[in-house]
Write a protein that binds this ligand. Structure first.
Ligand code: CO
Length: 158
């Protein structure tokens, strides 16, 4: 009898685990960078119930990384300028990003024309009340290659 109860509990626990996995929501976004030093999007939005966010950056131009490199970097709006400055100091070989910097929430590799890269990250620790920015940290690019990254509370309309 005791064994049966234990077995039933195990079945219940494993089905809970399975339903937990089924509830995972991967939100995919894509954006392009061009030889004209532009991003194809001015804003990107996800909902707060995304368990993971996947951003694919494609450099649709032809110019090499050293001349027209693009990456996709996510920080709070507050930290953006400081990360851009730190990236400038880090230099081309570091992909114009400081290493192991907590202010960088997510980033792709620095790309040249024809290349693409995808970054996957969790929204854990991020808040719908905070303002975030995505930008390219290549020197001079963030002035125009930037936009708002918005986390919309799940279930809320518009
Ligand atoms: Co760029």
């Amino acid at each position: 009898m005791k064994f049966r109860i234990l077995a039933a509990m195990l079945v219940a626990a494993s089905s809970m685990l399975l339903s937990g996995q089924a509830a995972a929501k991967v939100c995919e976004l894509s954006i392009e960078g061009t030889d004209q030093m532009t991003f194809s999007k001015k804003a990107m939005t996800v909902t707060s119930d995304c368990t993971k966010v996947k951003v694919k950056l494609t450099h649709v131009g032809k110019l090499p990384k050293a001349a027209m490199g693009h990456n996709w970097v996510l920080t709070t709006k507050e930290n953006m300028q400081a990360v851009v400055s730190a990236g400038l100091k880090a230099g081309l070989n570091a992909g114009y990003l400081p290493k192991n910097d907590d202010r960088v929430i997510a980033h792709t590799k620095l790309l040249g024309g024809g290349e693409s890269d995808t970054v996957t990250f969790s929204l854990k620790g991020l808040s719908a009340d905070e303002e975030y920015k995505f930008f390219c940290s290549f020197p001079g690019h963030s002035a125009v290659m930037q936009g708002a990254f918005k986390i919309k509370p799940a279930g809320k309309k518009s």
